[in-house]
Design a protein around this ligand. Sequence first.
Ligand SMILES: Nc1ncnc2c1ncn2[C@@H]1O[C@H](COP(=O)(O)OP(=O)(O)O)[C@@H](O)[C@H]1O
Ligand SMILES: [Mg+2]
Length: 244
Amino acid sequence: MLRLKSINAYYDQAHVLKNVSLHVSPKEIVALLGANGAGKSTLLNLVSGLVKKMDGEVLFEKEKIARLGPHKIVRRGISQVPEGRQIFNPLTVLDNLKLGSYHRFSRGEKKTIARDLDNIFSLFPILHERRHMPAGNLSGGEAQMLSIGRALMSSPKLLLMDEPSMGLAPKIVNEIMKVINKLRDWGATILLVEQNAAKALKIADRAYVMETGKVVLQEDASTLLGNPEIVRAYLGKSKKEIWE
Ligand SMILES: Nc1ncnc2c1ncn2[C@@H]1O[C@H](COP(=O)(O)OP(=O)(O)O)[C@@H](O)[C@H]1O
Ligand SMILES: [Mg+2]
């Protein structure tokens, strides 16, 4: 469904992604692991059309989408849950969700938008309870749910998730992981960036490990889960937060 071929990306003079190739097949959950600064967010942003200084090919459903621009890429069916959630605090929960579907209104998709909103509220009942509240009043976990919900409102074929568990208490992290599992049951295709390798590998089918802009390892998630020393070696540390 998504295929990156020999991608290089740059911020000014800095060469941030170096000859990266990867793919995600329909209904797969693929984990993208790597230490801070490895280039994971840059890779997701590039797929979303936010990184212009690049070369290499990005194919989505066999069509070239590199440099199409973020709006067109969302219309093609790729939606991102950005690092740090990036919800609009002064707007209500409901308005944040509606924003995720803004490009569908003009396509006369009113009915399907309403159906998707119902599904999101069934996935996150707390968002339904709080739908008329300013999003700024939500807890960190609720804000993450809203960010996921907003991305789902675009009815994506491919969901890019950038560290959805960042800064959340362990109990809430587990809830978010359960949600991702449920999305799998719904048939979602997900490229998941995570700091917590063990948690990501438990729900992923396959994984890529990045180190300073390069993909240094690709493996079945179950294989890596059984060999934590490999992941630790590549992530360059044996900290609790990457493996618990
Ligand atoms: N907007 C930017 N301008 C310049 N350098 C950036 C920018 N965003 C990220 N970088 C640099 O690019 C590298 C990769 O960053 P990033 O993709 O955010 O890594 P990760 O998400 O894996 O932590 C890092 O060295 C980071 O400092
Ligand atoms: Mg990042």
